[in-house]
Write a protein that binds this ligand. Structure first.
Ligand code: NAD
Length: 484
């Protein structure tokens, strides 16, 4: 029986689908114009937006600006300027000699209704990086924000609807609301969240034939080579571990350092982590804090050492924490912790460092820190991740031209970049035939048809003049047969 939340989800999908008819029929330049205006109105209230994010996530206001609001400004500017060119039809190649008089083009069509199911860690940046290109592509969007950060999502949808009308809608609630939204049969689901939920979402979409993009968890590794600028690498790795209090899918949770500089790097990293402690707020949910606490406790139980930090009793925020000597079957090494915690490990060769980084089911991002860019580039080709940063980490999540993409348990979805826009639209082939020939591959079949096919294959195989001549001869015979 349909529940209240099922009905709400269905209403939202139906409303957006109805509004989508007119929206999709607008020229892309007009959609870009309206989106630019919507962006301008949202950014006029950027302080209010940053405060909503800070109020429900506890991020410092500066970080709400740097990782959420600023990204929104970039998104509107980028997509409205560069998006339309990726939506232009392209000419399809049809061999003029074999198939004369035919023209083909491939158009980009909207998918229809895109359901965007979002997590709580970046409650504005993550949904917006789907919303803006999806709308530009002619789709409508139903947003289901996380139940832990509902106000940011509601704020965005309210503003977008005020500017653009009911081409955007909101479905609020927990996982049941997300499941109901999929049951309401949108045309595409862009899911960002944990690997466990992503698996359920993929199954629900597959059952209904719904296209599904999956941006899932991560367990990023930073590789520090023996020629790295140790101070800079320590500062960058500390930020990669701690940004958003570690609640970042591409947060650094493993650090693999070359044995020759391990001691020096460990000292520098601990120093940076301790100094950053005042900028690291508590985790957004108690459940997440409990997961991090369990990972740290189990690592210590298995022989791991707390090099700095540790989980305090009670509900005080977890300070920046670095663990050493952690066995690799521990959760702290294998599973996503999603907190301000990382495991440090040393190894004696580049190959061993790469093996350590690849020792994970996840494959979102990795970084290599070295002054020798060619050496780092060589190693980067061996990493099994969707993104590799050399001498930096994860800062590209807010850059709309660059794909955010993973492999393995991190999901194979793409957000940001022209590649993501291609996924949010579908190709439609249109062919116009102006020839008046009876085609040589039409009925009746017989010896002449077979002779033509063999000659055509031989022409492709050898590419020689003789084979071309034979193919033309076979075509003439076949045409004569068809006209008689
Ligand atoms: P989550 O999987 O618990 O929830 C994500 C969303 O899915 C929420 O809106 C939730 O209500 C909804 N949901 C839950 N069950 C559902 C169901 N059965 N059907 C449909 N929707 C359902 O994730 P979270 O805890 O909110 O976010 C943290 C996770 O997100 C981490 O694993 C993190 O790595 C990942 N993440 C990935 C990326 C990326 O780009 N790869 C970015 C940010 C976060």
């Amino acid at each position: 029986m349909a529940t209240k939340v099922d009905k709400q989800a269905l209403e939202a999908v139906n409303e957006v689908r109805a509004a989508g008819v007119e929206w999709a029929s607008l020229p892309v330049a007009e959609r870009a114009r309206r989106l630019r205006e919507a962006g301008r109105l949202i950014l006029a209230e950027s302080d209010a937006l940053a405060r909503v994010v800070t109020a429900e996530t506890g991020k410092p206001l500066a970080e709400s600006y740097s990782s959420e609001v600023l990204g929104v400004a970039d998104l509107f500017a980028y997509w409205c300027k560069h998006g339309p060119v990726h939506l232009e039809p392209r000419k399809g190649l049809v061999p003029a000699l074999d198939m004369p008089g035919k023209k083909a083009r491939v158009e980009r069509m909207p998918r229809g209704v895109v359901a965007c199911i979002s997590p709580w860690n970046y409650p504005v940046a993550i949904p917006m990086r789907t919303l803006v290109p999806a709308l530009l592509g002619g789709n409508g969007v139903v947003l289901k924000p996380s139940e832990f950060t509902p106000r940011s999502g509601a704020w965005l949808v309210e503003r977008l609807r005020a500017s653009l009308g009911p081409i955007v809608a909101l479905v609020e609630g927990d996982g049941k609301a997300g499941a109901a939204l999929i049951k309401a049969r949108p045309d595409m689901v862009v899911f960002t969240g944990s690997t466990a939920t992503g698996t359920k979402v993929a199954v629900a979409c597959a059952k209904r034939g719904i296209a599904c993009e999956q941006e899932l968890g991560g367990k990023d590794c930073a590789i520090v080579l023996d020629d790295a600028d140790i101070d800079r690498a320590a500062a960058g790795v500390a930020w990669g571990i701690l940004t958003n209090a570690g609640q970042n899918c591409a947060g650094i949770e493993r650090v693999a350092v070359h044995g020759r500089v391990a001691e020096r790097f460990q000292e520098a990293l601990i120093d940076r982590l301790r100094k950053a402690a005042t900028h690291v707020p508590g985790l957004v949910t108690d459940g997440q804090r409990a997961i991090v606490a369990r990972h740290v406790a189990a690592a210590v139980e298995a022989g791991g050492v707390v090099l700095t930090g540790g989980v305090p009793d009670g509900d005080e925020p977890i300070p920046p924490t670095l663990l050493g000597s952690v066995p690799r079957d521990c959760k702290a090494w294998r599973e996503e912790s999603f907190g301000p915690v990382a495991v440090l490990v040393a190894a004696g060769s580049d190959e061993e460092l790469v093996r350590l980084a690849n020792d994970s089911e996840y494959g979102l991002g990795a970084s290599i820190w070295s002054k020798d860019i060619r050496r780092a580039e060589r190693l980067s080709r061996k990493l099994n991740t969707g993104m590799v940063w050399i001498n930096n980490h994860s800062f590209t999540g807010a850059l709309p031209d660059l794909p955010w993409v993973g492999v393995g348990a991190s999901g194979s979805g793409i957000t940001n970049s022209p590649e993501a826009l291609l996924h949010m639209t579908r190709p439609r082939l249109v062919v116009v035939d102006t020839s008046n020939a009876i085609e040589p591959w039409w009925y009746p079949y017989g010896d002449k048809m077979l002779g033509l096919m063999r000659a055509a294959v031989e022409r492709q195989r050898s590419g020689g003049l003789g084979a071309t001549f034979e193919a033309l001869k076979a075509l003439r015979l076949r045409n004569k047969e068809l006209r008689s």
